[in-house]
Ligand binder design. Structure first.
Ligand code: CIZ
Ligand code: SF4
Length: 308
């Protein structure tokens, strides 16, 4: 359903009122729809948002993002009610790592440490040694106390990290379908149309795309970069929602999406109507069983220690 601007504003105002009345905090990932980002108290990457959820006194967290992100918030704040507006908003990359396969992989490489990208289920985190994000993956792999690392689940991020370390990385075969669809041809065309633009891409992109970029950044690093750079025309090689985030963080610049393929269908499942319904009904709730939570929390804590 397409909403008029007026209807969008009315619904956003109702959501704000409801959230205030319930002492609820609305968090939106950088890849969410513009109107969902606009209604949120905070926008950010998955780790930033999970930390905000843990530090904030709100009793209810409405997490506008995909399932593993809401789960990470639930792991860091077990006393809070974490709501996800659309429970079917999953991450196909996270689904590419399942617990049994990781147990088997550990069996094959008993000397290796398992470094797991935050884009993974709580169950997979619980079986891992240390977590990482796209912002700190290089640092974490460089600092683990093992010569060999099993890197789960993103082979593109894993291959990017391998460029900076002499640790041997055993790559899992996962990938983000959205970043994978973004081809070198797409980027060549964007560069042809905008020869004066700087190119920044996410490390979930294919290696040949990464080779064509000026900068390779996590979403948080992209925000910092555009706030500091003098460059005013930037080709952005990550999910489309990021353009909204960049425009609000550093307005007055020209941001160009590198490819029409860069739209994550799961990220777009969250609409204002669903945010409203989740707040009104206080469901669906995302929770993690206490045994699994303890172990997954250990994996996240080791990341914070190693990256600090
Ligand atoms: O960790 C995140 O939020 C993701 C998925 C991307 C990024 O680079 O921030
Ligand atoms: Fe998962 Fe890719 Fe969508 Fe992020 S953009 S939620 S990694 S499928």
């Amino acid at each position: 359903m397409v909403m008029t601007a007026e209807k969008t504003e009315t619904l956003a105002a109702e959501i704000r009122k409801l959230a205030a009345g319930k002492n609820a905090l609305i968090l939106a990932h950088n890849y969410q729809r513009a109107e969902v980002q606009a209604v949120a108290d905070y926008t950010g990457d998955s780790l930033e948002l999970a930390r905000i959820a843990a530090d904030n006194p709100a009793e209810i967290i409405v997490f506008c993002g995909v399932h593993f992100m809401a789960e990470s918030a639930a792991i860091l704040s077990p006393e809070k009610k974490v709501l996800i507006p659309d429970p079917t908003a999953g991450c196909p990359m996270a689904d590419m790592a399942i617990e049994d396969d990781l147990i088997a992989m550990r069996g094959r490489y008993p000397d290796a440490m398992v470094v797991t990208y935050i884009n993974s289920s709580a169950g997979v985190k619980a079986l891992s040694d240390v977590c990482c994000t796209s912002a700190n993956a290089v640092k974490i792999v460089q600092r683990v106390e093992a010569r060999r690392v099993i890197f789960v689940p993103d082979r593109n991020l894993g291959r990017w990290v391998q460029r900076f370390t002499d640790r041997e990385i055993i790559q899992w075969k996962g990938y983000c379908p959205t970043h994978e669809r973004f081809s070198a041809e797409d980027l060549a065309e964007a560069k042809r149309l905008h020869p004066d633009a700087l190119v920044m891409v996410h490390p979930e992109c294919r290696p040949e795309v990464i080779d064509m970029a000026d900068e390779v950044f996590s979403t948080g690093q992209m925000v910092k970069f555009v706030q500091e750079t003098d460059r005013t025309k930037i080709i952005v090689g990550t999910e489309e929602g990021m353009l909204h985030k960049l425009r609000s963080a550093a307005p007055g610049k020209d941001y160009i999406l590198a490819s029409k393929a860069l739209v994550c269908p799961n990220m777009k499942k969250t609409t204002l109507e669903k945010v409203y319904a989740a707040l009104a009904n206080e469901e669906p709730v995302v929770s993690v069983s206490s045994g699994m939570r303890e172990k997954a929390l250990g994996c996240l804590r080791r990341m914070l220690e190693l990256s600090g």
